[in-house]
Design a protein around this ligand. Structure first.
Ligand SMILES: [Zn+2]
Length: 499
């Protein structure tokens, strides 16, 4: 299935964008719509790393050449790195505010694969013609469960489904309901959802058989399961949190489902080295399993969610003072924690819980891709990961601390996530790459200046050092400013969907 690109519209949009940005323009020569000239083109998929021009036509890359290309409007990319646009497979903020900050962080495709939504058609309808960047979602287990167990829908839940209807989340499903839940998710994958989104920790009522049924469905459709694993058992002897990761690996092995375990650093904490052994061991034995991380020492979730069910302090080795309230920045006490949990269960809090050496290990390990886990901006004080994840990896991990080389870091945010979805979505086979015929989703940044600006104290700040961001050939951001009035973002759909 091909995305419906209109070459005329895209060409016109580029011109409009440049004029809006106040450019003095020559009349474009016929040929290419745009040429990114003289940048260091890094394409981890092919291994290309050289100074070259990239020409764009009709939303796609039309030529890449070490000789200067003519016949189109030129954007100067000298001294810049030209990379495929960053792909974030874990973006909960599917709204204009989140999109702007992500765009300014170099992200051209942002998909919520962890929690997802249902029906996905609602998301597509809401975003159609209004999206700055490409978007999509997995089929949500929580939404399917709401429908089957409570006869409600996710249209009625708040921004964080994980705190929606605690009674439903705690209830167990009977065998018939388990099949109905899997069937509903399956139907949505066939309607365009990109996989099966499971936040098992948030659904304490979901038994192992309920989860296994969903993996069985995934094994049949070929769409991947993305999962936040079950809550770690309190009983140390059962192997915290190894057992809960073994559950989903066993389900993948026995069903043939593809699996991505999300945010391995916040899931594993001190056990990340062992979890990575599990992931690599499973890969070595033919299981299609991947994982991801964000580059921060704090996690975030809704204060009313099951993450904070009894025993959360023992499970995570921290207490109230590790929890930060975004609206004020205050660290909580037992009293304020209990009050906020009761009064505003949907509000996302920040939990300072991940050791810095664990973050470093996860971000730099070759099997771990980068994903933000950015949450919707409802108070302006949410976790900075929704604004700074990608620039932070390139600025802190590559340039300042030299823990990653540039090409490897770019691979973690482009070709690795593209490959994760391209088996189910042919659209993704044209993303995450700089190659002739690929979509012109391109991020151009200054490797000496790229830097995240979002902090835990002031999270809603755009990254700096990104010169241009192109989405489907349309120049969408330039020097830290969004070029308004253009909406090139496309829905990314599973290939099982009827066009
Ligand atoms: Zn999660």
């Amino acid at each position: 299935m091909r995305a419906a690109y209109s070459s005329f519209r895209h060409g016109a949009a580029v011109v409009a964008g440049l004029l809006l940005a106040g450019e003095a323009l020559a009349v474009p020569a016929p040929g290419y719509d745009l040429i990114l000239a003289g940048g260091r083109v890094i394409d981890p998929d092919s291994g290309r790393d050289e100074i070259a021009d990239i020409a764009i036509k009709d939303g796609r890359i039309a030529a890449i050449s070490t000789a200067s290309l003519g016949g189109g409007r030129r954007l100067d990319a000298r001294n810049m790195v030209v990379a495929p646009g960053f792909i974030d497979l874990h973006a909960h903020g599917q709204d204009p505010v989140a999109e702007r900050l992500q765009l300014l962080d170099g992200v051209t495709t942002a998909i919520d694969m962890e929690i997802g939504t249902l029906p996905v058609a609602d998301l597509h309808a809401r975003m159609r013609g209004k999206a700055l960047i490409n978007f999509g979602a997995s089929a949500s287990h929580i939404c399917a469960r709401l429908q089957v167990l409570s006869a409600k829908s996710c249209a009625q839940s708040g921004p964080h489904q994980v705190a929606a209807d605690p009674a439903m989340l705690a209830k167990s499903a009977d065998p018939t309901q388990e099949r109905q839940i899997a069937d509903l998710m399956d139907r949505d994958v066939k309607a365009g959802a990109l996989g099966y989104g499971l936040g098992i920790e948030y659904v304490p009522g979901a038994g192992r058989r309920e989860i296994f049924r969903i993996f069985q469905a995934a094994g049949k459709t070929g769409a991947p399961v993305f999962t936040h694993v079950r809550s770690r058992p309190l009983d140390k002897a059962s192997g915290v949190p190894i057992a809960v990761v073994q559950e989903v690996i066993a389900d993948a092995a026995t069903t043939g489902a593809s699996l991505q375990i999300v945010h391995i650093a916040s899931t594993g904490l001190g056990d990340v080295p062992t979890l990575l052994e599990l992931v690599k061991g499973a890969q070595a034995h033919g299981i299609d399993i991947t994982t991801e991380a964000y580059p921060y020492t704090a996690g975030s979730t809704a204060i009313g969610s099951s993450f904070f069910s009894d025993g959360w302090e023992q499970r995570n080795g921290v207490s109230y003072e590790a929890v930060q309230w975004p609206a004020t920045g205050e660290r909580l006490t037992q009293a304020t924690f209990e009050r906020y949990r009761k009064e505003q269960p949907d509000a996302a809090v920040i939990i300072h819980v991940i050791p810095s050496d664990i973050v470093d290990l996860a971000v730099t390990d070759p099997v771990v891709s980068i994903a933000s886990d950015g949450v919707p901006w409802t108070t302006s004080g949410e976790h900075p990961r929704g604004a700074g994840t990608f620039a932070r990896v390139l600025g802190v991990y590559v340039r300042d601390r030299k823990l990653l080389d540039l090409k490897t870091a770019i691979a973690k945010m482009t070709i690795m996530p593209a490959r994760r979805l391209e088996k189910i979505s042919p659209q993704m086979a044209r993303k995450g790459r700089l190659a002739v015929g690929a979509d012109a989703d391109i991020t151009v940044f200054d490797p000496a200046k790229i830097k995240d600006s979002a902090t835990f104290e002031k999270p809603m700040q755009a990254s700096v050092g990104i010169r241009y961001v192109l989405v489907g050939g349309t120049l969408m951001a330039r020097d830290g400013r969004v070029i308004d009035g253009q909406f090139p973002g496309q829905a990314i759909r599973s290939g099982l969907a009827q066009p």
